[in-house]
Design a protein around this ligand. Structure first.
Ligand code: SF4
Ligand code: SF4
Length: 84
């Protein structure tokens, strides 16, 4: 008998407008980003988008401010700052 495996995949907006939960926001220094895609891979809300030109940006409507992107970024170019 084959084992069944459940795999979840983040999708933008799957949990609603999760940006309303945020008390801190990730701010990226785009000029220092090496486009490794670690933040894109780990964001649980799929709030990090990669453009066809390789550019990376954050959609704040869905970013809930968890800080995972900042933790996994190897070059530390994402800083979490307090919402005003
Ligand atoms: S803080 Fe980063 S990892 Fe967390 S939801 Fe926002 S963009 Fe995604
Ligand atoms: S993890 Fe950091 S260096 Fe890598 S794509 Fe994201 S912001 Fe850029």
């Amino acid at each position: 008998m084959k084992a069944k495996v459940a795999i979840s995949k983040a999708s933008e907006g799957a949990s609603g407008m999760t940006g309303m939960w945020r008390i801190k926001r990730p701010v990226m220094d785009e000029g220092k980003c090496n486009k490794c895609l670690m933040c894109w891979l780990y964001c649980p809300e799929a709030a990090i988008v990669r453009g066809k030109d390789g550019r990376i940006w954050i959609t704040y409507e869905y970013c809930k401010g968890c800080g995972i992107c900042s933790e996994v970024c190897p070059t530390k170019v994402i800083k979490m700052v307090k919402e005003v």
